[in-house]
Design a protein around this ligand. Structure first.
Ligand SMILES: CC(C)(COP(=O)(O)OP(=O)(O)OC[C@H]1O[C@@H](n2cnc3c(N)ncnc32)[C@H](O)[C@@H]1O)[C@@H](O)C(=O)NCCC(=O)NCCS
Ligand SMILES: Nc1ncnc2c1ncn2[C@@H]1O[C@H](COP(=O)(O)OP(=O)(O)OP(=O)(O)O)[C@@H](O)[C@H]1O
Length: 206
């Protein structure tokens, strides 16, 4: 089983590409979803309450992600400190979940899948890229990314604030061993995933 990490900027199409790999038989580990799940864990909630106070909890006792996001993606020094504090609580738990997903795929009684796709925006920043055998960079023009992010309700300020606390795109590109260009339609994206799947996953020449 090859472990393939997907790199790219915000709204570059990482999850879309991961889904196209899933349709071909890969297992997908989605770190954003794992991050959402762990916010429901009582021990994690307690640590978050101690660091961020009760104000970021909704009336139902769950973390209000919008309020927490407003605390950590403010762009100033205090927000950076708070983000580091949040990552100290969340990242070790996300790593445990990623590892569990890998172990479960490897031990699938029907046989391990040909590939496991790591869909994790912070693959490099969090040090999880070391788990990957290969890194694929999704190269998507800024205006397209902004358009896709806007369509899901983010303003340009929110987009830029989050991107500013991620690894630089050039760094991610330089670390990758393959580039998928996402500057066309979904059919063109699918064709590139198909080529990668055939040439690098199912029938690699090296
Ligand atoms: C702050 C939180 C509550 C905001 O939740 P929200 O639903 O608005 O965003 P969601 O989790 O779906 O993330 C969407 C995108 O935001 C960006 N983002 C999320 N966390 C971070 C971070 N720590 N640093 C930089 N960008 C981030 C990523 O591009 C991610 O794909 C949440 O993102 C969080 O708990 N983050 C810390 C855990 C983490 O690092 N998760 C990302 C794993 S890849
Ligand atoms: N080539 C494309 N044509 C049309 N829509 C696209 C294309 N690529 C991506 N999208 C759309 O852009 C949006 C963002 O894509 P996606 O969620 O896959 O990005 P992401 O990189 O995983 O985002 P995030 O940074 O939040 O993790 C989705 O709604 C997706 O359908």
């Amino acid at each position: 089983m090859k472990i393939i990490g997907i790199l790219g900027g915000i709204a570059s199409g990482k999850s879309t590409v991961a889904e196209l790999f899933r349709q071909r038989g890969a297992v997908v580990a989605n770190a954003d979803q794992m991050g959402h799940q762990l916010l429901k864990d009582e021990a994690a909630k307690q640590e978050i309450r101690e660091s961020f106070g009760s104000e970021i909890f909704a009336e139902d006792g769950e973390v209000d992600r919008r309020r927490l996001a407003a605390r950590v993606f403010g762009g100033d020094d205090l927000s950076h400190k708070r983000l580091a504090e949040l990552e100290k609580i969340t990242h070790p738990r996300i790593k445990t979940s990623l590892q569990a997903k890998i172990d479960s795929a490897l031990n699938d009684p029907n046989g391990a899948p040909p590939a496991l796709i790591m869909d994790a925006a912070l693959l490099v920043k969090a040090g999880w890229s070391d788990i990957c055998d290969y890194l694929v960079f999704i190269d998507t023009p800024y205006p397209d990314r902004l358009k896709y992010a806007t369509q899901r309700g983010w303003g340009e300020a929110e987009f830029n604030a989050r991107e500013a606390v991620q690894e630089k795109l050039e760094e991610k590109r330089a670390l990758s061993d393959y580039i998928i260009r996402n500057d066309g339609d979904l059919t063109q994206l699918d064709a590139q995933v198909e080529q990668y799947w055939r040439d690098r996953v199912l029938f690699p020449t090296t």
